[in-house]
Design a protein around this ligand. Structure first.
Ligand code: DX5
Ligand code: ZN
Length: 227
């Protein structure tokens, strides 16, 4: 799949939590393609964010796909909740579904059975080959370019080669899935991710203090795909 422009998924983690609905409407008007929702449980990552109840409340606010990134332990227990809440993509961490006694393929299949597009992701320290056996079960592969847990961290350059590795493996097995990158994305680092399809961006979209308005920020990210 080769998009001439990036799909831009602003991460709500950097939005104003006192008015999330309004923030979604504003980035939608500004040209966002998806809305990225970071779910953290205080165990898989040190931070604690939002649950399925919030996703359900945000669902009627927008027509854009809700791209839900589960940074939680035992994600299989919560898949049905987030599916019912209205997630369009549900991405789980390989580290959380492959612990001893777990059924990783079962978790990904369950997401699809519930009518949601399954995604898989990995921590920066996890080797990319770990996700290869599951690629044929997913519609989205998320490459983390920061340690999951917080917005506003610096882009980890050495993770970029995972984009190429996934792109090559998808071609080898003849499977189509979107490749997304998340963490420290700005118009400069986005240029290094041209092989990806989707950019998640928190600070680079929402941080008005250091950047432009939402539409300028989103346009600058989209343009980074063009040589
Ligand atoms: C980090 C989250 C990211 C984060 C990105 O754990 O998964 O989605 O919000 O924020 P920025 O773009 O500011 O690095
Ligand atoms: Zn995320």
């Amino acid at each position: 799949m080769n998009h001439s422009n990036f799909i831009i998924a602003p991460s709500l983690l950097s939005a104003d939590f006192s008015r999330l609905g309004e923030e979604i409407k504003n980035v939608e008007k500004a040209g966002a393609d998806w809305i990225h929702v970071d779910v953290m449980d205080g165990h898989f990552v040190p931070n604690l964010t939002i649950g399925a109840t919030v996703v359900r409340s945000l669902r009627p606010v927008t027509q854009l796909p809700l791209d839900v990134h589960l940074m939680i332990e035992n994600p299989e227990r919560y898949i049905a909740d987030y599916a019912k809440a209205g997630a369009d993509y549900l991405t789980v961490h390989i580290e959380a579904i492959t612990a001893p006694g777990k059924d990783a393929a079962g978790a990904l299949n369950k997401i699809r059975e519930l009518g949601v597009k399954p995604g898989i992701t990995l921590r920066p320290g996890t080797s990319v080959e770990k996700i290869f056996p599951y690629l044929k079960l997913v519609d989205l592969v998320l490459i983390m370019t920061v340690e999951p847990g917080f917005g506003g961290q610096s882009f980890m350059q050495e993770q970029v080669k995972k984009i190429t590795a996934v792109r090559n493996e998808l071609a080898r097995i003849g499977h189509q899935a979107l490749i997304e990158v998340d963490g420290g994305i700005n118009p400069e680092t986005a240029k290094e991710c041209r092989e990806a399809d989707v950019l998640v961006a928190g600070n680079a979209v929402f941080n008005k203090a250091t950047q432009g308005d939402y539409s300028t920020n989103i346009l600058n990210l989209k343009k980074a795909k063009l040589k």
